[in-house]
Design a protein around this ligand. Structure first.
Ligand SMILES: Cc1cc2nc3c(=O)[nH]c(=O)nc-3n(C[C@H](O)[C@H](O)[C@H](O)COP(=O)(O)O)c2cc1C
Length: 188
């Protein structure tokens, strides 16, 4: 049996009526079907984080614990004004040491045709600054309102393509998580 990889799947927004929540839940569900993998779902509504993430403001212990346990992160986020939602940015703006040297996959979500490609690009310098390791391929949910039904389930016509894409992303994420963990252990 391979060593278990713990992946925190992060939903990028707290917005009332958020459609990207369906995408985040779906990505988490796909991860739960993989062997030797534990998925922790992160809903930013569940964490009352101190403002702006400065160390002197303290931390939310529950969220700090999740980032510590996670071997990898999967960010599923809408694009807001071609960039990063403030809820997501706040989640990334603390716990620096717990993100550092860990891989991150990204899925973009939008109600337009581009599927959040610009927020995926906007996140790259942030990950870089945090010493995280972004993996490809990115996943996109364009016209998200057409992909999920009223109950939040993915419509059958999208399942095959999106499942293939998310499985490829998870494969890379898990590969990189194991490689980085082994590399870190070899150096300690
Ligand atoms: C503050 C705000 C800014 C937005 N900016 C963009 C944008 O730059 N590009 C885009 O494609 N959609 C944009 N949208 C629309 C989102 O694509 C849409 O809300 C979609 O359902 C995904 O976000 P959600 O999870 O908030 O529902 C924006 C929505 C909000 C609330």
């Amino acid at each position: 049996m391979a060593e278990k990889v713990v992946i925190a799947v992060i939903c990028g927004t707290k917005r009332e009526g958020r459609l990207s929540f369906n995408a985040a839940k779906w990505v988490a569900e796909q991860g739960r079907q993989l062997p030797d993998t534990e998925i922790i779902f992160v809903d930013p509504r569940d964490y009352d984080l101190p403002p702006d993430g400065a160390p002197e403001d303290g931390e939310n212990q529950a969220y700090a614990e999740i980032t510590k346990r996670a071997d990898a992160f999967y960010v599923v986020t809408p694009e807001y004004n071609h960039s990063i939602p403030s809820s997501l940015k706040r989640l990334l703006d603390s716990e620096f040491g717990n993100y550092k040297h860990k891989p991150v996959a990204t899925a973009g979500v939008s109600n337009g045709p581009w599927g959040g490609v610009r927020v995926c690009e906007a996140l790259l310098p942030v990950y870089h600054t945090m010493w995280m390791v972004p993996v490809k391929p990115e996943l996109y949910f364009p016209k998200v309102q057409d992909i999920f039904d009223e109950q939040g389930a993915m419509k059958p016509e999208f399942t095959e393509m999106q499942t293939k894409n998310v499985q490829n992303a998870y494969k890379e994420l898990i590969w990189m998580a194991r490689a980085l963990k082994a590399g870190a252990a070899a150096q300690s």
